[in-house]
Design a protein around this ligand. Sequence first.
Ligand SMILES: C[S@@+](CC[C@H](N)C(=O)[O-])C[C@H]1O[C@@H](n2cnc3c(N)ncnc32)[C@H](O)[C@@H]1O
Length: 277
Amino acid sequence: MNQEELSQEERIKRDYYDLVGQWDIPIVHMGGLAATSELLQLLGVNEKSNVLDVGCGTGFTACRIAKNYGCRVVGVDVSEKMVARSRERARKENVAIEFEVADATELPFEDGFFDVVIMESFLTIVGEASTIQKALHDIARVVKSGGRVGANEVFCDESTPPELRERIRGLLKGSMGPGQGLGRYTPTEFRAFFEDAGLTVIEIIRKPTMQITRDLIKVMGWSGFIYYTFRVIYDIITSSKLRYGVVKAAPAKRIMERRKDTKKFFGFALIVARKPE
Ligand SMILES: C[S@@+](CC[C@H](N)C(=O)[O-])C[C@H]1O[C@@H](n2cnc3c(N)ncnc32)[C@H](O)[C@@H]1O
């Protein structure tokens, strides 16, 4: 892929993040509230933890951590709109959290600064395998020895037929919409990414795919959810780029989440790793 194609692809992705930032959607990752709670527990977060949320989106998880544990939290995201939303949320919810615009492959923090790093629906979004590796290397750098790194990512099972993997890859490629790496990697491949960054994988918990609509209604309230739904529909109708992406990616969503014969191959994984002492 040449430089021009790359930057265009990156531009499409950035536009999409900005749009989602405008929608102010609180949760994007699969498993919703329960998955976040389980991951935080597995990561051993407590009131003394210094936590980094990478690809924090609109800051919902970061605010939840600060409120529930009373610990220090920093959130980073590459999208200015996302970070603006995160700051707004923290202000409204009256929690002190630092949110910064930063690329996960070049984190603006000292080595060993954090006790815990959490990522939700981030590795599948960030780019090709080389970018995932680069991001995980920098994440491993900013976590202290003995600290923990956790992720929640959509995976495809090792038994997935190769042609189905290729189909998902093709459908999501270049689409403005769901992450292009969704359902692309197996838990074994995720483990290899973490190990390549010098992290020891302690546990990978696999869960079946699921909708997060109920959690969105719980967090946004019915009126917020209805407003958000209409806004998304309006943007899809008025933006040809978004329409193209959503239409192109829709069959992938059906394959991963709805079709009986194929959804068994997909799920989301809670990955917990440790930086060796
Ligand atoms: C699917 S959203 C997940 C948001 C949130 N973690 C959640 O689960 O609801 C992925 C986020 O990663 C951010 N992102 C993508 N590439 C990034 C990068 N290189 N560095 C930091 N953030 C990035 C996007 O802007 C987006 O907000």
